[in-house]
Design a protein around this ligand. Structure first.
Ligand SMILES: [Zn+2]
Length: 325
């Protein structure tokens, strides 16, 4: 089945579930307050009459329309009064959409909603597990107390350092549309780099941004397949297009890819195109600055050091603490 059909079926299912869920809320309430059911029935009748009055334009249709709209409003108010006087929120009987912007249709005035773009990315990159991962790894779950508060040089502890980085990451997310910052996150394994990247991804997704999260080696493989396999050209073009243009590209573990001419060219192209188009990037790596300079050509590292804010993680491996606490 084509990718598009799959996604449009997914929206259909979401809308069906919304409707069922709404019915489940309605039923017990309509039993308790039969007036609510009467109100709903009358509102449906009025909506039909309004449509009819608009179609059959006649001399007195204006007056009729006004009367119908007023009656509709009165019923809405009566319903809200019944609900609120019984301690229910006034929108209790409304459909609860997963995406309020497009009401789970995927489109807003014919344009793709950001939730649809994200679903397309998830299916192209098979990273739909981003949602699952981020349910456990997000800013709220971040534990500063895993980091030692033993002061080192400059009276600064790993915990102070993380606190500083954590606050900067929150600002990165909150002001996403108003800054031009890219992040280079460096440090040994086990210091929480991926955790923080996932936290940022989660917040960005909640803001309706398109996010691609790929481990460096997998990203290179994807580009290689997209460029050299001709099985599904439409898919391949979309993959490259999203890598260059999604709102945020997160490359995890830079340096774990095979160091070939091709991988170096891919990394350069991604950096160059995204920076030119003001598209933000976050890169995490276990390499230190010397190793970055040894592993990559000058045109790559000059961009990494020149166009990125560098966050250095240091301290002890926190993975053991995470499992023992
Ligand atoms: Zn939407």
């Amino acid at each position: 089945m084509s990718k598009f059909l799959n996604i449009s079926r997914e929206y259909e299912q979401i809308r069906e579930r919304n409707k069922e869920e709404q019915e489940r809320r309605k039923l017990p309430l309509y039993n308790r307050f039969p007036r609510l059911k009467e109100i709903e029935n009358e509102m449906i009748r009025i909506s039909i009459d309004i449509t009819r009055a608009i179609i059959n334009k006649s001399q007195d249709s204006e007056a009729l329309l006004e009367h119908l709209r007023k009656r509709h409003m009165d019923l809405k108010i009566e319903r809200a009064e019944i609900l609120s006087s019984n301690n229910y929120p006034i929108d209790y009987l409304e459909i609860r959409y997963q995406c309020k912007n497009c009401k789970d249709t995927g489109f807003i005035n014919g344009d793709k909603c950001s939730c649809l773009v994200q679903k397309e990315i998830a299916s192209l990159f098979q990273n739909s597990n981003l949602g699952e991962k981020t349910s456990e790894e997000n800013f709220d779950q971040f534990r500063l107390d895993y980091y030692s508060d033993e002061k080192g040089e400059n009276n600064y502890s790993p915990r102070d350092n993380m606190k500083d980085i954590y606050m900067k990451c929150i600002r990165f997310v909150q002001n996403f549309d108003n800054h031009n910052i890219n992040l280079l996150i460096v440090g040994n394994p086990g210091l929480g780099k991926t955790f923080l990247c996932n936290s940022i991804a989660k917040d960005m997704l909640e803001q309706g941004k398109s996010v691609i999260y790929q481990v460096s080696s997998e990203l290179i493989d994807l580009v290689r397949e997209s460029k050299f396999s001709f099985d599904n050209e439409e898919n391949n073009t979309s993959i490259l297009n999203e890598i260059y243009n999604c709102d945020l590209l997160i490359i995890d573990d830079l340096g774990t890819e095979l160091p070939t001419q091709f991988s170096s060219l891919v990394i350069y192209n991604i950096l160059n195109k995204r920076l030119l188009n003001n598209k933000k990037l976050i890169i995490s790596t276990n390499l230190n600055t010397d190793e970055i300079m040894k592993s990559y050509s000058e045109r790559i590292y000059s961009r990494l050091f020149g166009d990125f804010n560098m966050f250095k993680f240091y301290g002890e491996d926190i993975r053991l603490k995470r499992h023992s606490i």
